[in-house]
Design a protein around this ligand. Structure first.
Ligand code: FAD
Ligand code: NAG
Ligand code: NAG
Ligand code: NAG
Ligand code: NAG
Ligand code: NAG
Length: 606
């Protein structure tokens, strides 16, 4: 009898273990009354999501005018980040694009991987209510700020999303940093900005800039602050000068899987603090506030360089010259970086359009001619002097321009704002390059550039089907310093350059063509970069999610520590995302479809 009971119990546990999160199609999905109760507990801030482009489709809710509005804004990142289910980067499976339904390519319009419900959270209690509900009702939980995540980690079929963008409890400048309880002031005696909610970098640039400060944030102004960006590492034009964005974090306020609100800094919950400084978003808890270092603003010198292969009859030869000159430029990057220059360069080779371009900046000590001349001289010695031998006027067009700004604030806000179009279909592969691989490579740099630009059918820069290489000269300098309580890939501390290859495809491509493009990104392009700068790693937020060694590439030897923090703070895996620390054992069961429930798979996640 005892044995029988035991067997029944074991069988019971087994069945319970092979479980899935409830989806709207399951009988275990919470009743509408249950959702209403949740809504009441968050003061009416629960949204039942509808596909954004639903007005474009026949049936209830059809509206040509609304459809037009959605279509117009579909690629407008400013509009996208202000929707609970707006995603700047394409949906993992976009099951309702704003197509004119009469085209009939997409006969149905479903939410797909967009969350079923979103809580427009305004405080820690709303966040805790969402976590508690998801746990109690076995509903998949998602955390979203702006929806920029390239690995779709703020999406999830049949999920409840905690939308932190709507937490807006103000920005505070501290002339001298003071921790939440005043007892943990680390060794930072400078100023700080406390970001109490789901603000964007543009908000902080403005807030700090108006008060004479600058901070390390994203190059793209609509990226979120306290979410995936800060928690995953964060680079931008200023990281070279001050360290990674996550290195700037002095303190977080975090709602844990238990629902408890805690402070994490160098004195308390230090393991959590470390994990939230590089370990990635959506994994350890929901951050509702971050305090970051602020620096007295400084004048900026900008250098714009454009090297264009002349699109004439000898275009192919001109492109070969472009490869050569770019190879020469790359070898000078470490020296240029040491001399105080940083930024992101673009390189692309397509039919009729092939160029290298960089808007690089240098922070100046002051407005003096001496400071400007010193910065100019470094650029002239390292780069411009190397270009003279290519300046015969027959193969390449070379343009060099200087521009001076009184402050970083002016540098950000004076030029016209060109938003990055949202919603493109593309794959990114990336790798960090150390000094040696750039200055004295054992491989052939020209061949690497050719490999990166292969397979794009000679379609130029970011046109669907084409591709581009980004040379993010955002490391070196202060990024090389070891920073206590951080968990980014240790490769960052040896890196000068983050190379990113972006390959795009047209919207009408079928799954096989897309797979071929993705496979080439992983098995040809990423592999070539790994061989070129061996033993390095990459940036988890801008990485190839199909990298077979993603854990090693994104976190290196820090992974095991991060996993132990995950075990401690979220043993029940309340927070689960694709490609994150501790996501093993669960996966999306798609059964050949585009999306499906999140289930315990028992195997390694991949
Ligand atoms: C157009 C574009 C430009 C970019 N530019 C840069 C750049 O200049 N520098 C750079 O370093 N990166 C850049 N990125 C990458 C960017 O850092 C990542 O996409 C990052 O994940 C965005 O974070 P988010 O919170 O805004 O996005 P989301 O997609 O909302 O969230 C990203 C991840 O963080 C989690 N998350 C969100 N909010 C919270 C929270 N409050 N607490 C816990 N988890 C949370 C989500 O669950 C998800 O896993 C860019 C991306 C895009 C698409
Ligand atoms: C939640 O309550 C608010 C306010 O009463 C209401 O406008 C909203 O539609 C409700 N949400 C859901 C999902 O019922
Ligand atoms: C959809 O296409 C039809 C036929 O081309 C056109 O008349 C209609 O205005 C379009 N609707 C929208 C919302 O673009
Ligand atoms: C993009 O959206 C924002 C916010 O809705 C709006 O203010 C802006 O005008 C839009 N831009 C364009 C080009 O439509
Ligand atoms: C640089 O000069 C401008 C005016 O030309 C001035 O407004 C600014 O404060 C100066 N900046 C510094 C750091 O000296
Ligand atoms: C590198 O490869 C290019 C293109 O294949 C070739 O022209 C060049 O000679 C090679 N350089 C070296 C140093 O081998």
């Amino acid at each position: 009898m005892f044995i029988r009971c035991l067997l029944v119990l074991l069988a019971g546990t087994h069945v319970a273990a092979a479980k899935c999160k409830c989806t709207p199609l399951d009988s275990c999905w919470p009743s509408s009354g249950t959702w209403t109760a949740l809504n009441a507990s968050v003061d009416g801030r629960l949204v039942r999501n509808e596909p954004l482009a639903k007005p474009c489709y026949p049936g209830q809710g059809y509206s040509a005018a609304l459809c037009q509005q959605v279509s117009t804004n579909w690629f407008n990142e400013t509009w996208v980040v202000d929707s609970p289910i707006g995603y700047v980067y394409p949906l993992g499976a976009n099951s309702c694009p704003p197509l004119n339904a009469s085209v009939a390519v997409y006969p149905i319009c479903e939410l797909g991987v967009a969350p079923a419900y979103s809580i427009k959270a305004t405080n820690a209690d709303d966040v805790a209510a969402g976590i508690k509900f998801a746990k109690e009702h076995n509903v998949r939980l998602v955390v979203k700020l702006t929806g920029h995540d390239l690995e779709h980690r703020s999406q999830g079929y049949g999920s409840l999303s905690i939308w932190v963008r709507s937490i807006q409890n103000g920005l505070k400048l501290q002339d001298k940093f003071t921790s939440a309880d005043g007892s943990c002031n680390s060794d930072w005696t400078g100023s700080a900005v406390q970001i109490n909610g789901g603000y964007l970098w543009v908000d902080i640039y403005k807030f700090a800039g108006d008060r004479g400060y600058h901070v390390v944030g994203g190059a793209d102004r609509t990226v979120g602050t306290i979410g995936g960006y800060l928690q995953g590492g964060g680079h931008g034009a200023l990281s070279h000068f001050h360290g990674l964005a996550t290195d700037q974090v002095l303190e977080y306020q975090v709602v844990l899987a238990s629902g408890e609100l805690v402070v994490a800094n160098a004195c308390q919950n230090t393991d959590l603090f470390t994990a939230l400084r590089g370990g990635g978003g959506g994994t350890f808890g929901v951050v509702i506030s971050a305090t970051i270092k602020a620096y007295k603003d400084q004048p900026v010198l900008l250098h714009n360089l454009e090297v264009i292969a002349l699109p004439d009859d000898s275009f192919e030869d001109n492109v070969n010259e472009l490869y050569k000159v770019t190879t020469d430029i790359l070898s000078e990057y470490p020296g240029l970086s040491d001399a105080g220059w940083a930024g992101t360069a673009w390189f692309t080779v397509g039919e009729g359009l092939a160029y290298y371009g960089h808007p690089f900046l240098s922070l100046l000590e002051d407005n003096s001619t001496a400071a400007v001349d010193k910065a100019k001289k470094a650029m002239e010695d390292k780069i411009l002097s190397k270009l003279t031998k290519y300046e015969n006027g027959a193969t390449l067009k070379i343009e060099s321009q200087w521009k001076q700004y009184n402050s970083f604030r002016d540098y950000i806000f004076l030029p016209p704002f060109n938003p990055i179009p949202a919603g493109g279909t593309s794959i990114m592969s990336s790798w960090l390059f150390d000094r040696k691989s750039l200055e004295s490579p054992s491989g052939n740099t020209t061949q690497l550039l050719q490999t990166l630009n292969s397979g794009n059918d000679n379609i130029p820069l970011m046109t669907p089907g084409g591709g581009a290489t980004l040379f993010n000269l955002v490391a070196g300098g202060k990024v090389l310093d070891e920073v206590p309580h951080t968990s980014v890939s240790p490769a960052w501390r040896r890196a000068y350059l983050l190379v990113e290859q972006i390959d795009t495809w047209p919207k009408n491509w079928g799954p096989e063509a897309i797979k071929e493009k993705i496979d080439r990104a992983t098995h040809t392009k990423l592999k070539a970069m790994k061989d070129f700068s061996p033993g390095m790693g990459t940036y988890s937020n801008e990485a190839d999610p199909y990298d077979p060694d993603w854990k090693q590439s994104w976190w290196g030897d820090n992974y095991d520590f991060l996993l132990s923090v995950k075990e401690k703070y979220d043993p029940d895996r309340v927070f689960w995302t694709w490609k994150s620390v501790g996501n093993d054992g669960w996966g999306e069961v798609k059964g050949g479809g585009l999306y499906g429930p999140l289930c315990e798979t028992g195997t390694s996640a991949n």
